[in-house]
Design a protein. Sequence first.
Length: 179
Amino acid sequence: MSVTTNSVYIGTSLDGYIADQKGGLDWLESVPNPDGNDMGYHAFLERMDALLMGRTTYETVLSFGIEWPYTKPVYVLSNTLREVPAQLAGKVWLVRGELKDVLRGIHELGHTKLYLDGGRTIQSFLREDLVDELILTTIPVLLGGGFSLFGELAKPLAWELVESKVYLNQIVQRHYRRK
């Protein structure tokens, strides 16, 4: 079996929030980006085999009213959803259960490099020490509340800095690997 990697690529505010107090994400685009710099997102996505996101993130993407943006398989972690829209059949699969069992099932399908997305999903994977890589893109704004990226942990998790970059002279991106 090949080496598995569970990776997070996410934008945060200076105070560690991934959504504002109303669940809004507009602040992510508060720094002008006239050339549409993707800050390494597409290169990151290219090295992933599949995405594993939470129900809320999945529903947020659906609410954008755009064509499904992912070309890789997407697994949605949900205990409540029972089916995906017909137009997403063969693109999106619902998964549930213990995280280690969910991962085993996805890995058995050949998807060993997973992009984890969604606040609660990321927190759950961190709590179980199942995140191997964090790429945090910090937008220079203080939200003062909202949905925090990090939650309670049973024990400290140590990371090593792989790289740090500055985009648009304001946005700092830090790439960490689990020690």
